[in-house]
Design a protein around this ligand. Structure first.
Ligand code: OKP
Ligand code: ZN
Length: 339
């Protein structure tokens, strides 16, 4: 059986050329070339994959996860920023400053965590289609049409919370999918992007129906810096339903697999969810330009097989992965392991 791949071409409209990082103005790593690499590799393995277009989603689907100001702000950008231009939030107010106005682009920094996540006229359209792929993939899984679905989400989502966006993420695609799946049963989200899935963690932090697990680089050294520590375990009813596993620079495939096998898989088995969501990033790859783990292409296959051993209906979202020449092969290696 072919694995459904949800994707919409308008996800590629958004294309900011630069980000501001700590070295200054640099080429933006999260660009449409990444997706072309993935599309090419999937088409090469086309016996195994079938492309499906997502259905459009209504604003209310997004607002179940994100504050409505997001939509107003992105819409403001859509209507006011000239084509080819991007607004980089550079002012980040603190609590004692006045309330935010999502109809004022100069207030964008209120909602945004970094200078890597600019707003452009196509942000809303691309981010909405990205969320729609995740939502349609979740519906497909619920209808029992396949036990494995891949949402080719771009822009990525795992750094977007209910009330802030950042880290190249505008809407939390995995959370939107989880919110849909939750209608039918509990959900485990395992985030294996190099970076901590802080947005996803925060959305479900008080929730005991969604177990959030993230394996990632030490947040003292890497984005998102302010969360991802092992002592963040959830709160209230959600206490014990968030698991963070920060790892050392240079972590290789063997260590990653060991952590997954010994710590993550047993926790997910204990939770016994109805559905599994994998927020997959290939920025753990040894040649990734912005990360420092040491995984290789075959490691993704082995890791995926370990996750497949859980034998759960599984939805994969695409998060990071910035070494474009190998990105498609890494994604196909991973998805093939799940198949
Ligand atoms: C998004 B995802 C490097 C700056 C890095 C943001 C990293 C966002 C990663 N030039 N700042 O989790 O792959
Ligand atoms: Zn990442």
């Amino acid at each position: 059986m072919q694995t459904p791949v949800f994707f919409h071409a308008d996800q590629l409209l958004f294309s900011p050329p630069y980000e501001w990082d700590k070295r200054g103005y640099v080429k933006h790593p999260e660009n449409p070339k990444r997706i072309n690499s993935i599309l090419k590799a999937l088409k090469k393995a086309s016996g195994d994959f079938v492309f499906l277009e997502p259905d459009p989603i209504s604003q209310s689907v997004i607002q179940q996860v994100h504050r409505s100001d997001f939509l107003r702000l992105y819409q403001l950008a859509q209507e006011n920023i000239p084509s080819g231009q991007y607004f980089y939030p550079t002012f980040f107010p603190k609590a004692h400053q006045r309330d935010s106005d999502p109809d004022n682009i100069h207030h964008a920094g209120y909602y945004c965590t970094d200078t890597s996540t600019p707003l452009g006229p196509e942000t809303l359209i691309s981010a909405t289609w990205s969320a729609a792929t995740a939502y349609s993939a979740a519906s497909h899984l619920l209808e029992g049409k396949s036990n494995l679905v891949y949402a080719l989400t771009r822009p990525p989502g795992h750094h977007a919370s209910a009330d802030y966006f950042g880290g190249y993420c505008y809407f939390n695609n995995a959370a939107i999918a989880a919110n849909r799946l939750k209608e039918q049963g509990s959900v485990a989200i395992i985030d294996i992007d190099f970076h901590h899935g802080d947005g996803t963690q925060s959305i479900f932090y008080f929730d005991n129906q969604v177990l959030t697990v993230s394996i990632h680089a030490d947040p003292n050294e890497h984005f998102p810096y302010f969360s991802g520590h092992a002592n963040e375990i959830g709160e209230g009813a959600g206490r014990g339903f968030n698991l963070n596993i920060p790892l050392m620079p240079g972590t290789d495939g063997d260590t990653f697999l060991q952590v997954l096998t010994e710590l993550v898989v047993p926790r997910i088995k204990e939770f016994a969810p109805a559905f599994l969501i994998v927020a997959f990033g290939a920025d753990t790859y040894h040649k990734d330009p912005i990360c420092d783990f040491k995984l290789d292409t075959p490691d993704y296959n082995i890791i995926a097989k370990q996750l497949a051993s859980l034998n759960l209906p599984t939805l994969v979202t695409q998060e990071g992965g910035y070494f474009v020449p190998a990105l498609g092969d890494n994604v196909v290696s991973f998805l093939s392991g799940l198949r």
